[in-house]
Design a protein around this ligand. Structure first.
Ligand code: MLT
Length: 266
């Protein structure tokens, strides 16, 4: 645990200090464990930090009241605590929302961006009402039904059948989460701003990835986001839904390593 911004964040660090730093920011409502296969692949060459966002995984939820800006404050606090003036940010879905706000707020602290299965647009009213219903359901009925509904949408049906242990592990992470943190994260996403106007100002190398059957953040919206970021690269990951790094880790890691190896070293 690392004390940051008035809370504690669980953080796994691997790889040589002094190598290019890469911070992995997980999706909702998972934990840093979703990046295990990426940490294995990156640690021989890169200094990798994978942490649990406030309220998720093992990072405490506090009173459950936080915004996307709080999560960005946490990220910058973590970089300070790790003595990293800057890093490549790799964010999946909600982690991408954090990364997009981070680069808009403090571009000098971001060396490169990997945006996986994410979007820049804020929630529309339908999405806000769906999150309000999900919060109500978690508060009344707990996390099990919520976990099943989320996982059914997040994993492609093929991957869900072929990768049962992976889906079961994700379910366990959700069931172990603090409901206050899960609801707090929903509130933070529901109230987040639209980062689309800031895309044109991004000046760091950027890779956008999307699972070919991602229904939560479809490849078409990822492609449009890529077009708005100067010089950004886009790749579709075959045989994957929203959880592309878990569903097709081989292809995800190949694209990630190829991108990171092309960045200037410290
Ligand atoms: C995620 O995977 O982080 C979530 O699906 C993001 C969201 O609910 O917008």
């Amino acid at each position: 645990m690392i004390s940051v911004n008035g809370t504690d964040l669980l953080c796994r660090q691997e790889g040589p200090r002094g190598a290019l730093p890469v911070v992995l920011i997980h999706g909702f409502p998972l934990s840093h464990a979703m990046w295990d296969r990426q940490v294995e692949a990156l640690r021989p060459e890169f200094h990798v930090a994978a942490y649990d966002l406030r309220g998720l995984g093992a990072s405490p939820a506090g009173d459950g009241q936080f915004t996307m800006e709080t999560l960005v404050d946490d990220l910058f606090g973590l970089l300070d605590a790790l003595e990293l003036p800057d890093a490549v940010l790799c964010g999946m879905s909600m982690g991408g929302y954090v990364a997009l706000r981070a680069v808009a707020r403090e571009p000098r602290r971001v060396r490169g961006l990997v945006l996986a299965d994410t979007r820049s647009a804020a929630d529309d009213d339908a999405a806000r009402l769906a999150r309000a219903a999900a919060i109500r359901a978690v508060q009344r009925e707990g996390l099990a039904a919520f976990a099943d509904g989320f996982l059914a949408r997040a994993f492609s049906s093929a991957a869900a059948a072929e990768r049962r242990p992976c889906v079961a592990a994700a379910r366990e992470v959700i069931l172990r989460a603090d409901p206050r943190g899960v609801c707090g994260a929903q509130l933070a996403m529901l109230s987040r701003t639209d980062t689309t106007p800031a895309l044109a100002s991004i000046r760091v190398p950027t890779l956008v990835l999307a699972g070919d059957s991602d229904e939560i953040t479809p490849p078409e919206s990822a492609r449009a986001m890529t077009a708005a970021i100067p010089g950004a690269r886009f790749a579709v990951i075959g045989g994957a839904g929203h959880m592309s790094s878990l569903e097709n880790p081989g292809e995800f890691n190949r694209l990630l390593l190829d991108f990171l190896r092309g960045l200037p070293r410290p």
